[in-house]
Design a protein around this ligand. Structure first.
Ligand SMILES: Cc1ncc(C[n+]2csc(CCOP(=O)(O)OP(=O)(O)O)c2C)c(N)n1
Ligand SMILES: [Mg+2]
Length: 277
């Protein structure tokens, strides 16, 4: 399912946030902040760039996506449901007993999930391994991955970064969801990443920084990344934790894993629906 216009992509972002918020609101708790900050990049990726067949989610040679910040699973489930890979009605089973939709992404439970993640720092290494495998097989697949800024405090991220550059993995495009927050503090106070672009460049990557809520900017950055030869690409997304609902944005420093009351559930859905999708 390809979406051609940026206005339609923006609408899709609202719809994905609506489905995500409904699932989390139905449960009453969830990783809202990091799911919402990631939505725009996930939408641009899944509706314009990722080469996959929703009818055959395990198709050989497909592009892969590794959600290394696996706690943002709810946003990805909404996108998988919108593609018909899972049923939209299943979203209300989020993180319940025996669900196929655990709070963290799990390739053994959920169709359309390419890697099990949640232990921060590991997903990028998996993406690097898949990208190496694809080069060996010469199947033409691209591997996309998303890491968090807090996750980037993990040493394993930088081991994977070195190896990806060493292997000249120009089939690997990674996003950092730079929402400036981790669980209980700002990344700049806990273990700062600046100068973040220069760091990735010094590790041998192509790197650029864009507004992570501007679908056009994200789309164009992915196009530029696809054209780079001989290096992996990092796209730093400047984002806001909880982007999309005003009263969740207001608590951007405290919306990592939040309770959602029935009143908030209704108010959030109404706010997202107001602009239409
Ligand atoms: C190895 C590991 N340590 C700790 C955690 C607990 N944890 C879950 S999310 C999170 C914060 C992640 O921050 P960030 O990567 O910035 O994610 P985002 O802000 O996008 O939610 C932590 C510490 C974990 N999942 N894995
Ligand atoms: Mg963060």
């Amino acid at each position: 399912m390809t979406i051609d216009t940026y206005a339609a992509l923006e609408k899709k972002c609202r719809e994905v946030r609506y489905l995500t918020f409904d699932a989390i609101g139905t449960l009453g708790v969830g990783h809202l902040g990091g799911s919402f900050s990631a939505v725009d990049a996930l939408v641009v990726l899944y509706y314009r760039h990722l080469r996959f067949d929703p009818k055959q989610p395990k198709m050989e040679g497909r592009d892969r996506f590794v959600l290394s910040k696996g706690h943002a699973g709810p946003a990805l489930y909404a996108i998988l449901a919108d593609h018909g890979i899972i049923d939209k009605s299943e979203l209300s089973t989020l993180n319940r007993h025996e669900t196929r939709l655990p709070s963290h992404a799990d390739m053994n439970r959920t169709p359309g999930i390419d890697m099990t993640t949640g232990s921060l720092g590991q997903g990028l290494s998996c993406a690097v391994g898949i990208a190496v495998g694809s080069k060996i097989k010469k199947d033409g697949a691209r591997v996309y991955c998303m890491i968090g800024d807090g996750e980037s405090n993990e040493g394993q991220i930088w081991e994977a970064a070195m190896y990806a550059a060493h292997m000249h993995l120009d089939n690997l495009i990674v996003f950092t969801d730079y929402n400036k927050m981790q669980v209980d503090g700002q990344t700049k106070d806990i273990l700062g990443l600046e100068p973040i672009c220069d760091k990735w460049i010094s590790f041998g990557w192509n790197a650029e920084r864009v507004d992570g809520h501007d679908v056009k900017a994200i789309d164009e950055a992915i196009d530029r990344a696809k054209a780079i030869k001989g290096k992996p690409c990092m796209i730093i997304l400047d984002t806001l934790k909880g982007k999309g609902i005003s009263f969740i944005e207001e608590i951007w420093q405290n919306n990592h894993n939040v309770n959602v009351t029935p009143v908030q559930h209704e108010a959030g859905l109404a706010e997202l629906a107001k602009e239409g999708f």
